[in-house]
Design a protein around this ligand. Sequence first.
Ligand SMILES: [Cu+2]
Length: 179
Amino acid sequence: MTRHILLALAGGAAVVIAAGPALAVPPLHAQMMLATAGGPGAPVGDVTIISSVDGARFIVDLHGLPPGDHGFHVHVNGSCAPGPVNGAAAPAGAAGAHFDPDHNDAHMGPMGFGHKGDLTYLTVKADGTDRETLVAPHIRDTFALKGRTLVIHAGGDNYADDPKPLGGGGGRIACGVIG
Ligand SMILES: [Cu+2]
């Protein structure tokens, strides 16, 4: 909890103490695991989500991933189990679709007004690690993310549904439930 204590001294006699508002939303966390046909696999790091005046901040600390760009989104369901994607069983398919509480039904990236779960894509270094902080300006209510999932895709993300749907990232390679 963050607390601001303001002490005002008037003439050395009166003392006024004002406690500022505490941050209402505690940080959220997701332990990320490889997504496999048999369910969650090896751990690949974690993501911490905090509220800020600029929107939700995603503090990414990952390892053991393929180098390059990877689509990164909040998906709606709180499960990383295999499940159907476009009619076929797929790793982390149970995570469901992109988090879209406003029913915009469009993939537009972190700055667009499409899925609220559209985040900045990850760029994994040659050594398989990615440590960065991403801001999602449209996510003002981080509590709404609790019990959902973070999903990392095999490919990058062009923040559009063309030429391929959902940024073109394809299959799901890692997943973590947000709690
Ligand atoms: Cu996704």
